[in-house]
Ligand binder design. Structure first.
Ligand SMILES: [Zn+2]
Length: 341
């Protein structure tokens, strides 16, 4: 008995030593996902695992300087005594990863031509890699999420707007101006409703949570009877959950709202299938909680409108990393840059 217990203790000791050595060698990167409401931070290791994470409301007072001061303080807190090789930050707006500058961020007041890379590196003394938030999410899903076993993957993010990212042959395709992957603004109906970007008939004008909410409000105003329960005062903010609950109860109108969004997404999917021949199209964001109410019509429309060969190749799936895709991907891109340099 005594010998057995002693052996067990010895083996545990050896395993713990090995684990400590492995952790000491593992490179850590800080991933930051900056949004207009929240800023998420995560220490991510080389395997794409989040070691520790935290979320803070984005400090919008004091302009870009105030925001970046808060981010630096919060980053220091999370890093603690650990050693971090680089910081990857996803930002919500047009930016240049090469220059490290955010040109503008509609959800961050006063953000115009902000040299984020330079400012954060001065505050933290750690190299910073900037990326667009949707592209970062695409890289996260490709690296360790739904797309970890494929080489070419397209991500659509469905939320207030529709974003996206393109990974081709194992590379994130951002284009020379870091503007590639604006999949929500592919025009699927040139006579369609005006989109937030000023064009007509963008996918976003049909398949974002905002578009679905608008369809519900218009239907109710036109006298359609529905079980969709819009809480008082939430006419412009209610989520797709309210539509989902009604659809689950057999509400014909709720099902139709999802069918139309799924149809629009299916047309979008058919376009990217014919253009890129991807192995996978992956969908993230809260809207995907509608499940088959949206994915059913989406898959049917995609396969009916794309060429057979690439349509049968492209797996249409839900994203796997949830809200963490952006920070994991931002960290992954920073780690990748570190490996390349
Ligand atoms: Zn648009």
């Amino acid at each position: 008995m005594t010998t057995e217990a002693g052996n067990k203790e010895f083996i545990e000791h050896i395993l713990n030593q090995r684990k400590k050595r492995a952790m000491a060698k593992a490179k850590l990167c800080l991933g930051i996902d900056l949004g207009g409401t929240d800023c998420k931070f995560g220490l991510v290791d080389e395997a794409g695992t989040i070691v520790r994470q935290i979320k803070h409301p984005t400090n919008l007072s004091g302009g870009p300087d105030g925001t970046l001061d808060s981010i630096a303080a919060q980053a220091k807190d999370l890093i603690g005594s650990d050693s971090v090789v680089s910081i990857g930050m996803g930002v919500p707006g047009p930016m240049s990863s090469r220059e490290g500058v955010v040109y503008e961020a509609p959800n961050l007041k006063g953000w115009v031509n902000v040299p984020v890379k330079k400012l954060l590196e001065e505050k933290l003394g750690i190299p910073v890699a900037l990326s667009n938030d949707a592209n970062a999410a695409a890289w996260g899903e490709y690296w360790v999420g739904a797309g970890r076993d494929v080489q070419s993957m397209i991500l659509f993010t469905l939320g207030t707007g529709v974003g996206g990212g393109i990974v081709l042959n194992g590379e994130l395709y951002c284009g020379p101006d870091d503007t590639a992957g604006e999949l929500g603004h592919m025009i699927i109906n040139f006579d369609g409703p005006v989109c937030g970007c000023g064009s007509r008939g963008c996918l976003e004008a049909y398949a974002s949570a905002t578009a679905m909410r608008r369809a519900v409000v218009a239907g109710i105003a036109a006298g359609i009877k529905t079980r969709i329960n819009i809480p008082q005062g939430e006419e412009t903010t209610f989520g797709t959950r309210a539509i989902y609950d009604a659809a689950e109860q057999g509400d014909v109108f709720a099902v139709e709202v999802f069918r139309q969004a799924g149809f629009a997404l299916g047309i979008g999917a058919a376009n990217v299938i014919n253009i890129f021949n991807p192995e996978m199209i992956c969908y993230g964001g809260a809207v995907t909680n509608a499940g088959e109410w949206i994915f059913g019509p989406l898959r049917a429309t995609a396969s009916a409108n794309a060429f057979n060969k690439p349509a049968s190749r492209a797996k249409i799936v839900r994203a796997a990393l949830g809200n963490d895709a952006g920070l994991i991907g931002a960290a992954g891109l920073a780690l990748r840059d570190k490996t390349l340099s």
